[in-house]
Design a protein around this ligand. Structure first.
Ligand code: NDP
Length: 267
């Protein structure tokens, strides 16, 4: 039997165990997936020790440990290292090997959104970094709007704005929310005076938050944008993580099928 877990704080809300366990069961893998709450002040070395001590074969990492997980890892996939954020780890000979499946999961979630040339990303955390790298690799021009300038340096050549410097005349094809607006607090991530002009002319809105209708999605819908929440991104990052966890290579469509089935299960 192999053991996997999602680590985070808080973690009780995570539906990752549902997705992975249903796929393990359907594919007859001798594996089980659980949730693990880690202390907020855990160091990178304690993070690694905890995973080794529990005999886990792999973990998914969620808020706020995606950067600590990067420091704790022994081998980092080139793409995850470029992003600076890790959400999937497997253990090989006592070594933590790290990957990022959030970025490709996001691209799969918006695969039917066509003609995106300019994107405005709200927020500048680990998710914003992952999504901006993924979009940029597809030739999309990136602008970031964040409440503070503290993380501007991480975004290199991208246009980086705070509410004070944001140009309301610029036009975007997609507006993506990666702030916790709608999750840890109600309301919009930025004022209506900033968001309305940013959405005017945009075709699409994407919110990384899932499982609830956020004020951001409400606003985008009322302005006629095609909207999507973070559920499909969650599904696809899990499908790609499962593919990394499993020694057998399955068709990704099969993993997706069993994980989608789990999304419809009622508890
Ligand atoms: P981080 O904590 O790394 O970043 C959060 C960002 O939001 C920061 O830039 C922060 O600004 C900004 N922010 C925080 N509070 C506010 C506020 N009150 N008003 C405006 N901006 C704010 O988080 P992550 O990037 O890891 O995650 C972000 C969101 O994405 C979470 O809601 C998470 O659940 C979701 N997510 C969804 C996934 C999915 O599969 N659907 C996958 C991964 C994440 P500052 O820099 O000034 O602190």
């Amino acid at each position: 039997m192999k053991y996997f877990a999602v680590v985070g704080n808080p973690i009780h809300h995570s539906i990752s165990p549902r997705l992975h366990n249903n796929a393990f069961l359907a594919l007859k893998e001798q594996s089980v997936y659980s949730r693990l709450l880690l202390p907020l002040d855990i160091s990178a070395s304690e993070f690694k020790e905890r995973i080794l001590a529990l005999g886990l074969s792999g973990v998914n990492v969620t808020v706020p440990f995606k950067e600590i997980a990067l420091s704790a890892s022994d081998e980092i996939d080139e793409f995850a290292a470029g992003i600076g954020s890790v959400n999937t780890i497997i253990l090989k000979n006592g070594k933590l090997c790290a990957f990022n499946t959030d970025a490709p999961g996001f691209m799969m979630a918006i695969a039917d959104f066509k003609g995106i040339k300019n994107a405005l990303i709200l927020g500048a955390g680990g998710t914003a970094r992952a999504l901006s790298v993924a979009l940029s690799k597809s030739g999309v021009s990136i602008s970031i709007l964040n409440r503070s300038a503290s993380r501007a340096g991480v975004f290199g050549d991208y246009d980086f704005y705070t509410p004070d410097t944001f140009k309301t005349s610029a036009k975007y094809d997609i507006v993506v929310n990666t702030t916790p607006a709608g999750l840890s607090f109600d309301g919009l991530p930025f004022s209506l005076e900033l968001l309305e002009p940013a959405m005017s002319g945009a075709k699409y809105a994407f919110d990384a938050v899932y499982g609830r209708k956020t004020a951001f999605i409400d606003l985008a819908q009322s302005r006629g944008l095609e909207c999507r929440d973070g559920l499909l991104m969650l599904l696809y990052q899990a499908v790609l993580a499962f593919d990394i966890f499993s020694e057998k290579k399955y068709d990704l469509k099969d993993i997706e099928k069993y994980m989608s089935e789990a999304l419809r299960l009622k508890f």
